[in-house]
Design a protein. Structure first.
Length: 214
């Protein structure tokens, strides 16, 4: 289990490295910067207590058992939201390229200078915050879309394709006044202030046409 040190900062930096001296040295730098730190001597130790709080992972490449890139693959399949910074003495260009392509935040060589390490951690935490905000927003958009009636979903699909109220009324066999009412309700439910905002929401939800049914 990770050895957790509680400090004022709400972020936890998870250091996964089989070298005790590296875990200790890196942990000391991060604690001094005000972060909480959890230390793991292997990938399996991290997986046994998969963290959910705000933070990031500092990950060695070469380790007994699961190595760094393999752990990265496992975490990716588990939809782990924590950004990964590879910190290694065994890094080479192909490994670095693969790691970055697979979504790693950074790839640092040991021993990483203090400023380089802390800047990488700050970037990783900002990425975590950005992704978390996106996920919260998407959850809200999906909930609002679910609140639409079947007919409102049809109207929504046609509105975001750029159709006018009278065209939608003709397509759906109803009055333009009814479509205006549906459109007003849709805008209210999404709290959208403009058609452009509604189109942007539809793109995020991957709504490109009229839903089946309704």
């Amino acid at each position: 289990m990770g050895q957790l040190q509680m400090n004022a900062d709400s972020s936890t930096i998870h250091i996964v490295d089989d070298d005790l001296s590296v875990r200790t040295a890196v942990g000391r730098v991060l604690r001094a910067a005000g972060y909480q730190v959890a230390l793991y001597e292997s990938a399996n130790r991290l997986l046994e207590n998969l963290p959910a709080e705000r933070g990031c992972i500092l990950l060695d490449v070469q380790m007994p058992g699961l190595n760094g890139p393999q752990l990265q693959d496992v975490l990716g399949k588990m939809d782990c939201a924590l950004p990964i910074i590879f910190l290694t003495g065994h890094g080479d260009i192909p490994t670095s390229v693969r790691a970055i392509k697979a979504g790693a935040e950074d790839f640092l060589s040991k021993p990483a200078p203090k400023t380089v390490l802390l800047e990488a951690v700050e970037r990783a935490l900002k990425r975590y915050d950005d992704l978390h905000e996106q996920n919260v927003r998407m959850h809200l958009f999906r909930a609002r879309y679910s609140s639409l009636t079947p007919r409102e979903r049809e109207v929504f699909g046609l509105v975001v394709r750029g159709k006018l109220n009278k065209q939608i009324a003709y397509d759906l066999g109803t009055s333009e006044r009814t479509i205006k009412a549906h459109r007003h309700s849709i805008m209210q439910k999404f709290e959208a202030k403009s058609l452009a905002e509604l189109v942007s929401i539809a793109e995020k939800l991957e709504i490109t046409g009229v839903p089946a049914g309704g």
